[in-house]
Design a protein around this ligand. Structure first.
Ligand SMILES: [Zn+2]
Length: 456
């Protein structure tokens, strides 16, 4: 580990310990620094910020950016003039080059993009060091000394279950970890038959397991049924896609700690979950603003339309006041866990709002209204609600083997009908999907999918 990484880890611990004031002070200083860097080295930001004062100390002074705007000006956006869209596309269009260093120093990853433009993100070494520091700060909260001893006893074996075949963040991370000498990493494709996946995990006996959340639920079913017999110390999941109670069940079944995080290719160290179930934003390295549809600040305790993030670590491709598209709720009071970093919950993607035409006009339904109707139903391990036509919803369920499938279907349909009725949408038809929930290209499941396909 380099001296640089060690000093970042030390700073991360000290800042958190000192509390709110120190976190805000770090954020302010790092923002001024990265804005100055972007103006000096990115033609796009130089132009975008030309009317701003020399010293920028508040994110609110900055104009909002998004993926479309930045991707359209890719070459001018990057601060290294050697980086071009053409060269990065050549890399990400070749599946055999996943995890390859770009120009000898950058990590490249993509976001899937079901609609609109795919995002291509470059990460420099400084950012990777911040990722390490943030991960250690988080894991230190989660694991005790005896957990670390157990991980060492199993020689740190880690199994990653993921969507393969694309330059997604998880696949790039896995490829990088495998390049390290002496690493014990097994990468398993989420697309292999369950029996084969179970056999491979039984053989490998991981100390750490990183499936995406719904895959963890499926593996918990296998473990409960006795086919899977593994004893991981920690399951690190992404905080998306599962009913809250499922996380507790997975922890019980494996007798393991569950670590949850919420991140994006735009900011890989965004946040991690505490044992009170709140995601704490690493605000010393990212400015995180819950805002309404007009980009005005939303008070803590109120649901936001979207969030703007400013990644204060990544210098090669500055992400500043960037519309991430997720609706969140920030906790208004201090989190009982004692962590002074801001605590949030993710409510879904703002672009996943469903729109229906009725004789009285357009009715817009937030994704949370529908998903809440389903996620509390016992026996549902995974679900997806897709708008299949302007007046129809298709419901896709994955039901626990021990549950009464017919009763679960009826309860789920009744729950949806109640929500639709409350919004004057009685005439919207609900169809049972014959297929299980579809996995997105990034390996994640979206709970609610609008007719257009929504945001990427
Ligand atoms: Zn907390």
């Amino acid at each position: 580990m380099t001296e640089h990484v060690v000093s970042l880890i030390w700073d991360a611990w000290r800042t958190r310990k000192k509390g709110v004031g120190a976190i805000a002070q770090r954020q302010r200083a790092r923002l001024a620094d990265i804005v100055a860097h972007a103006r000096a080295n990115s033609p796009h930001y130089r132009e975008l910020y030309r009317d701003l004062p020399d010293l920028v100390e508040s994110v609110q002074q900055l104009p909002v950016t998004d993926k479309k705007m930045l991707m359209e000006r890719f070459d001018d956006w990057c601060t290294d003039r050697a980086v071009t869209l053409e060269a990065t596309e050549a890399l990400v269009d070749d599946p055999s080059r996943i995890g390859e260093w770009f120009l000898g120093k950058y990590t490249v990853m993509t976001t899937s993009g079901t609609t609109g433009r795919r995002g291509i993100f470059l990460v420099d070494d400084h950012t990777m060091a911040v990722v390490t520091a943030m991960m250690l700060r988080w894991i230190g909260d989660w694991l005790g000394p005896s957990d670390f001893l157990k991980i060492i006893a199993r020689r740190g074996r880690m199994a990653m279950v993921m969507a393969t075949g694309g330059h997604f963040a998880s696949a790039v991370a896995a490829a990088r970890l495998k390049q390290r000498r002496g690493s014990r990493i097994e990468v398993l494709s989420a697309h292999m038959p369950t029996a084969e996946l179970v056999a491979q995990l039984n053989r490998f006996q991981p100390a750490l397991l990183t499936p995406y959340a719904s895959m963890a639920a499926l593996l918990a079913d296998e473990q409960e049924a006795g086919r899977l017999d593994i004893h991981p110390v920690l399951l690190a999941l992404s905080a998306e896609g599962l009913p809250q109670a499922e996380y507790g069940r997975i922890a019980r079944v494996f007798n393991a700690k569950i670590g949850n995080s919420y991140a994006a290719s735009e900011c890989m160290f965004l946040s991690a979950m505490c044992d009170e179930g709140w995601l704490h934003i690493n605000a010393d390295w990212v400015a995180f603003e819950p805002v309404d549809a007009d980009y005005r600040a939303v008070a803590p305790g109120e649901q936001s339309h979207t969030v703007l993030i400013s990644n204060l670590a990544n210098r090669v491709q500055p992400i500043l006041r960037y519309d991430l598209g997720d609706s969140v709720l920030q906790r208004p009071d201090p989190c009982p866990c004692g962590n002074p970093l801001p605590a949030i919950r993710v409510q879904g993607r703002s672009a996943d709002v469903l729109t229906f035409r009725t004789p009285g006009g357009e009715v817009r339904l937030p994704p949370l209204a529908l998903s809440q109707a389903i996620e509390s139903i016992r026996g549902v391990t995974l679900f997806q609600i897709a708008q299949s036509d302007p007046d129809g919803l298709e419901l896709r369920l994955q039901i626990a083997p021990a549950a009464n499938a017919d009763a679960v279907w009826r309860e789920a349909e009744a729950g949806l009908r109640k929500v639709l009725g409350e919004h004057g949408l009685e005439r919207v038809a609900i169809r049972r999907g014959g297929e299980p929930p579809e996995q997105g290209r990034g390996g994640k499941f979206r709970e609610v999918i609008p007719l257009s396909g929504g945001r990427s």
